[in-house]
Ligand binder design. Structure first.
Ligand code: FE2
Length: 393
């Protein structure tokens, strides 16, 4: 962990606090890269099983986006425990390809579990961005990025973790140099023509690179490789306002009586606007904080409680509590909201889980009496389990 902490310090120094391009060697170990590669393969399988529209999936064949491949992908994703290096050979049969998938965390909880640990030191140093963290990944043997030299969406400062197996070269241009060379082109396909003016960064498995969202860049991977991007999403002001408004509508949800006529000057105070917008900020902070900084809540998973078992919270997630009216509490767990009855027993359980202690269920002496404090705790633990925040010790 300390070593990881030093690597993040190194990246922050090299990038002047993520405001200029920079890279660090071996932010992830080879073993961590292998774990993430296996999880990405699993996420791809889950994506196919979800059988939703092809949200966030882009497949390029012979350097062109080919939507007909999406259907094939959903019908023939990586099998359980099949390595991506085996799958892509079977699927693309030697043809140059590229594949991008956004919001990877929606398809596999373990990716968030893994990445939240890696990124925790960065969040401690820089804080959590208000639009939360997200992940996407690229894989392929496409040579230069199929859509040419480009820049990313505003506010999406990415940290790219290269997972290998092959080396990838990243090229970044100073904005004024790029504009002069391309006459302000939005993207540029004759990559080699302007390559002389770029700074190359050679990424081996485990290396990480970060650059500001407004810088033009392109990657080159001649042989098969995979990179995972962690989006550190600052979010445009309107995006954050929208999130806060959503949270605000949940503050004091029961107090929704008809508004008596008030003058314009009294409307905001009659709606408790100031107080409730502050409560919305707290809610957003606690929601993201419960989920390692990630925006998308975990996938709900079936959970069978073992009454003889011992459980603890998966690091670095936390249970964040807001007291509600009428003896109720709201607990955020991996982005989900759990409402339950307040009791000193419940507070004790939450505090011990948050401090990293293990919870041995037999020692709780649960009495299966409806509405009893121990029954509340029992029901609460089941709900926690479904949010995939618990691990068995
Ligand atoms: Fe990009």
């Amino acid at each position: 962990m300390n070593q990881k902490n030093d690597k993040w310090d190194e990246l922050l120094v090299k990038t002047c606090g993520l405001t200029s391009p920079g890279m660090v060697k071996s932010l992830l170990s080879i073993k961590e890269c292998e774990t993430l590669l296996a999880l990405i393969s699993k996420a791809n399988g889950n994506f196919a099983k979800a059988n939703k529209p092809f949200n966030g999936l882009k497949i390029f064949k012979d350097r062109r986006q080919d939507n007909s491949q999406n259907e094939r992908f959903v019908n023939d994703p990586p099998h359980d425990n099949e390595a991506l290096t085996t799958w892509y050979k079977r699927f693309f049969q030697g043809e140059a390809f590229g594949l991008i998938m956004n919001f990877l965390e929606v398809y596999e909880n373990e990716i968030v579990e893994e990445m939240a640990i890696h990124v925790a030191p960065l969040l401690e140093k820089r804080g959590t961005p208000w639009a939360g963290l997200s992940t996407l990944f690229f894989m392929g043997d496409y040579g230069y990025t199929p859509f040419g030299v480009h820049r990313d969406s505003p506010g999406e400062d990415g940290i790219l973790f290269h997972l290998g197996p092959a080396t990838k070269i990243f090229y970044i241009w100073e904005t004024d140099v790029y504009n002069k060379l391309t006459n302000h082109a939005e993207s540029y396909h004759n990559v080699e023509e302007i390559l002389h003016a770029a700074t190359p960064y050679i990424l081996e498995p485990g290396d990480a690179i970060s650059f500001p969202d407004d810088m033009y860049h392109v990657a080159n991977t001649e042989e098969f490789s995979v990179s995972l991007v962690l989006d550190y999403r600052r979010g445009a002001k309107n995006t954050i306002k929208e999130r806060l408004i959503k949270e605000m509508l949940k503050v004091n949800i029961e107090n929704n009586s008809l508004l008596e006529h008030v003058d314009e000057s009294e409307l905001l105070s009659a709606l408790d606007f100031q107080k409730e917008s502050e409560a919305a900020v707290t809610r957003l902070k606690l929601r993201l904080g419960s989920n390692g900084g990630f925006d998308k809540k975990s996938r709900i998973t079936p959970f069978t409680i073992d009454l003889a078992g011992t459980y603890k919270l998966k690091a670095p997630f936390r249970l964040n509590v807001i007291n509600q009216q009428e003896n109720k509490v709201l607990v955020f767990s991996r982005g989900h909201e759990i409402f339950t009855r307040q009791s000193s027993f419940l507070v004790e359980v939450i505090e011990s889980l948050n401090s990293g202690e293990s919870l041995n269920l037999p020692t709780l002496n649960i009495e299966f009496v409806p509405d009893s404090p121990s029954m509340t705790v029992f029901e609460f633990i089941i709900k926690l389990g479904e949010t995939d925040v618990l691990e068995k010790v």
